[in-house]
Design a protein around this ligand. Structure first.
Ligand SMILES: [Zn+2]
Ligand SMILES: [Zn+2]
Length: 430
């Protein structure tokens, strides 16, 4: 299969290219990137006015399979990802059973091979059953193909155990993805601590519950030499600690989700549980710190923490509903609307945060659409203005606070390994 993409603005941070060009793919590779390509092709895509970017890579999704298929499956989650311009997604291990052994890693990989429309890379748990008491078979899982380890959903509270895991991860050259939350400081909180929380009479989650673990994990990354990646940073304090760690040369990177750089805790009314996630929506000051962290080059990655739940689960009262919202199908629109349109990121820097940097963190040969590389491509319309409609999501989860939210920027085509997997609102499964 040959695809010729004509007259799009090619935005490729790996070689700094940002120019109107044509791209020709052949098989699973990019064959040529240049002006006025005249070649026979099976498909010609007119990309005038559109951006052609390396396919997005999401370091943080929850596909819920095995165990919670009523929330999401590898099949549906990968389709949601394709609709969001993602060509590679990393799925977190808080499944049932937990992804803590070779068998489950193999199960996910085989399922993905058969049913997914984009690349699915499993993340292995750090401890058995994510119980925090005994290390999982990290070595075995690495051999079976995990891309990273993480205890996401919680922190490994035992520092000695985490340190041991970091030494193993370092030896295996895989990153440690850290959900930073000191559970002793959370105390049943369900939203950000502060005046909105007090007004609603709900229990608050303080910034220091995140900052304390960010600090600890950076110290352990420094002493072990492991590569640490901070998941869903949400506080000013996390950004400050990341900045200081960079200055000391610690191998640490950080991600921010679209919801944490878009909404503050003002959006929480105590009823709409689609504003309940972990970490919670923070103060306006924190939101501004997230945006600035991109502008200042401190935060390296935009990741979604795509966390689908059923309607029934989210229909509970605010205290009892589960944490988490879906994100795959709204990430580009929100990132473009907030970060690019408001001047925090250039289109080139956006492509870096959504694709090149995640590829580098994983150590995979992706995130670059120069000639010879894998043809993983997202073609987006940066000008299209519309309202998000969760009923059209490919994800089983419709749990988003952004339903009816006006955004600018849509994903028009997603090409994975030289194959068009998403095209103008439709998934191509053939
Ligand atoms: Zn998490
Ligand atoms: Zn998560």
């Amino acid at each position: 299969m040959k695809i010729l993409i004509k007259n799009g603005r090619v935005i490729n941070p790996a070689d700094g290219l940002d120019k109107v060009m044509d791209i020709l793919t052949e098989g699973d590779r990019v064959k040529e990137v240049s002006e006025n390509i005249n070649a026979e092709a099976d498909r010609v895509i007119d990309a005038k006015g559109l951006w052609i970017m390396p396919g997005f890579i999401d370091l943080h999704v929850h596909l819920r399979e095995p165990g919670f298929e009523y929330k999401e499956t590898i099949a549906t989650g990968s389709r949601a990802a394709a609709a969001g311009g993602y060509t590679t997604i990393c799925c977190m291990p808080n499944t049932k059973p937990v992804t803590d052994c070779v068998e489950i890693v193999k199960y996910i990989k085989e399922k993905a091979q058969k049913e997914a429309v984009v690349n699915v890379l499993p993340v292995g748990a750090i401890t058995r059953g994510q119980e925090g008491t005994e290390l999982a078979d990290i070595e075995g899982m690495a051999e079976a193909g995990i891309c990273a380890v993480s205890e996401d959903g919680k922190s490994v509270m035992n520092a000695e155990l985490l340190k041991e895991a970091m030494l193993i991860a370092k030896r295996l050259n895989i990153p440690v993805l850290s959900h930073c939350e000191d559970k002793t400081l959370v105390k049943g909180g369900c939203m950000n601590e502060g005046k909105h929380c007090e007004n609603l009479g709900l229990n608050g989650i303080s910034n220091d519950s995140e900052d304390v673990i960010v600090g600890r994990d950076i110290i352990l990354a420094q002493s072990t030499g492991a590569r640490l990646h901070l998941c869903h940073m949400s506080t000013k304090g996390s950004i400050q600690l990341l900045k200081e760690a960079h200055l000391r040369g610690v191998k640490v990177t950080g991600e921010i989700t679209p919801h944490h750089f878009t909404l503050s805790d003002e959006a929480v009314d105590g009823k709409d549980t689609n504003t309940k996630m972990n970490p919670p929506l923070r103060s306006k000051d924190d939101v501004e710190a997230m945006r600035k962290a991109f502008k200042d080059g401190i935060a390296e990655v935009i990741a979604t923490d795509h966390a689908p739940h059923s309607e029934e689960e989210k229909n509970k009262d605010y205290k009892s509903a589960p944490f988490g919202i879906v994100g795959s199908e709204t990430a580009f629109a929100l990132s473009n609307s907030v970060l690019v349109e408001e001047g925090y990121l250039s289109p080139l820097a956006l492509a870096e945060k959504m694709s090149l940097n995640p590829a580098r963190i994983l150590g995979i040969e992706k995130g670059d659409i120069s000639a010879g590389n894998i043809a993983d491509i997202a073609i987006v319309d940066p000008e299209r203005v519309y309202k998000i409609d969760s009923s059209k999501f490919f994800s089983k989860g419709k749990n988003t606070p952004f339903d009816s939210y006006e955004v600018k920027g849509s994903v028009e085509y997603t090409i994975a390994g030289g194959k068009i997997v998403f095209e103008k609102g439709k998934i191509n499964d053939n």
